[in-house]
Design a protein around this ligand. Structure first.
Ligand SMILES: C[S@@+](CC[C@H](N)C(=O)[O-])C[C@H]1O[C@@H](n2cnc3c(N)ncnc32)[C@H](O)[C@@H]1O
Length: 255
């Protein structure tokens, strides 16, 4: 990082977009990393970044963001969103595969990589994580969000699908069979082991949507600020963390 790369707009005051129960915990973790690097213009890679829900706010904070996604439609929406937000010059949309980043992103060039809700659907999560690590500079950080197995079991059971819940609980990959929309789900230990096996040091694990999916709509919609606060209070604390719909892991490539 040179002095020329430092950017005035990126400051400890970055707050991100309005917090929702789906994003509050993730933004809290990312904000801490941005504050740690305050003043630096970061190179960010969002693998499977979709329509830019994270990429655009990060670009608005002054960072340069490359989104690699398999879907041309998602990338078109991202490009429109970046233009409407005035950050088209800081957002690069690249169509490609998460496990074939080598030709798309220079190795060891990225300060912060995001991989949210992608490892559940790819062919080979280990090769995607290996590609993320290759893209990261030593000391760079990874924000990884995966679906939680326990919440999916409870959700199926609460909806009366006890056979599906039993299958999901028994499956080492955390799927409910061939009709499941996801190819795998994780618990905290398996997700951490996946990242550690690729050489990342896992620093934090949080549950995302511990409560949000369980609440009556009147509570979720009518008391959103209180729900956000409670999500943040419970996110790092087992057993609540481990029952969340998603698990967020923050990890670092050793310097
Ligand atoms: C559930 S969406 C998540 C989008 C975004 N990360 C978020 O959290 O809002 C999954 C995204 O991953 C993309 N995707 C799926 N398989 C991929 C792959 N092998 N390589 C790159 N992107 C992929 C999809 O096109 C989609 O945009």
């Amino acid at each position: 990082m040179t002095r020329l790369d430092r950017v005035e707009q990126t400051s400890a005051r970055f707050t991100g977009p309005p917090l929702t129960p789906r994003t509050a915990v993730i933004w809290s973790v990312l904000r801490a990393e941005l504050e740690r690097r305050a003043g630096d213009r970061l190179t960010v890679l969002d693998v499977g970044g979709g329509t830019g829900g994270f990429a655009v706010p990060l670009a608005q904070a002054g960072h340069r963001v490359t989104v690699v996604d398999a879907s041309p439609d998602a990338l078109a929406a991202l490009t429109r969103r970046a233009a409407e937000s005035g950050v088209a010059d800081r957002v690069r949309a690249v169509q490609g595969d998460g496990d074939a980043l080598a030709g798309l992103v220079e190795p060891a060039s990225v300060d912060l990589v995001l991989c949210h809700s992608v490892l559940e659907v790819v062919d080979d999560p280990a090769s995607v994580v290996a590609a993320l690590v290759t893209a990261l500079r030593p000391g760079g950080a990874a924000s990884v969000l995966v679906a939680g197995q326990a919440a999916a079991v409870l959700g199926r059971a609460m909806n009366g699908h006890l056979d599906v819940a039993a299958a999901l609980a028994a499956d080492p990959a955390g799927t409910a069979g061939p009709r499941d929309t996801l190819r795998r789900r994780y618990d905290a230990d398996r997700a951490a082991a996946l990242l550690a096996a690729a050489g990342l040091t896992v620093e934090e694990i949080h549950g995302v949507r511990v409560l949000a999916d369980l609440l009556p709509a009147a509570v979720a919609d009518g008391q959103q600020a209180a729900v956000v606060e409670l999500e943040r209070a419970l996110a790092a604390r087992p057993p609540y963390r481990d029952l969340a719909a998603q698990l967020h892991l923050f990890a670092r490539r050793p310097a």
